[in-house]
Design a protein around this ligand. Sequence first.
Ligand code: BDR
Ligand code: CA
Length: 305
Amino acid sequence: MTTKIIMDTDPGIDDAAALTMAINDPNIDLKLVTAVAGNVTVDKTTANALKIIHFFGKSDQIPVAAGAEQPLIKPFEDAARIHGESGMPGYDFGDDYGEPIKKTAVEALHDAIMAEDEITLVPTGSYTNIALLFSEYPEVKSHIKQIVAMGGSLSGGNMTSSAEFNVFTDPDAAKIMYNAGIPIVTVGLDITLKALLTADTIEKLGQMNEAGKMLHGLITHYNDGSNAGRPMHDVNTIFYLLHPDKIKTKEMWVDVQTDGPAIGALVGDIRGAYHDGKTNAKVCVDIDADYFNKWFLDEVSKIKM
Ligand code: BDR
Ligand code: CA
């Protein structure tokens, strides 16, 4: 059975890799892509989503809508130092990659969600579009089966000592999303920094089909990670949907810090000290990193182009 999903994204190199998997895996049915400001400005993240979809020849099947230009309250700060000025350096996608649809991301999300009885939302950028959607159209909530969101960490941040980039970018939106009453799978740094793409995996991509060459180009221009390997943060969301048995999760209540020195941190109630034993999230805490590398190569090698 295929899983119907919508991706809300800020490509971004790892977002581009996540889109690649979602577009090409036959068990995923990607209905819509919405873009948000994050790694780079929203005009660039929208263009980058269009480029990936066009690259795989799916422009007539997967619409792209442009979303929020900035977070709800906090001033916008990009991550071009990690993803380059364009957000997707290292491959020439050409200039002819189509246009976003005329609807805003919020309108497009509303229409696509209401058209389904059940759909999974996969945010891989900050959650601004999702928060705006829930504020404007709360009726969508009952049509969302789950949210599988890249972001956060229970074990230290990549922006501050406790905050991860997607939550740090718009903590107020993250708070709205976590309090929406929808089951959330938290795909955070706790696993994405374990499932590093090894140098060997990256080298093999460069010797594969055009999809592998494209990803190799992007990943070799990616300023995240070290000699130990490169984190493909956002790809872990799609991996979770396809191989939940390869990821260990813990149910808990997750709160979001929206001010102070821990702004943008997720606070997981690991000991169940608050919230009367209730939980609002399944937090991913461990992953089979070897299997992730193997799967990544398999997925790309199967792409016919
Ligand atoms: C997250 O931040 C972004 O830079 C990546 O695309 C990913 O979504 C990792 O912290
Ligand atoms: Ca991202």
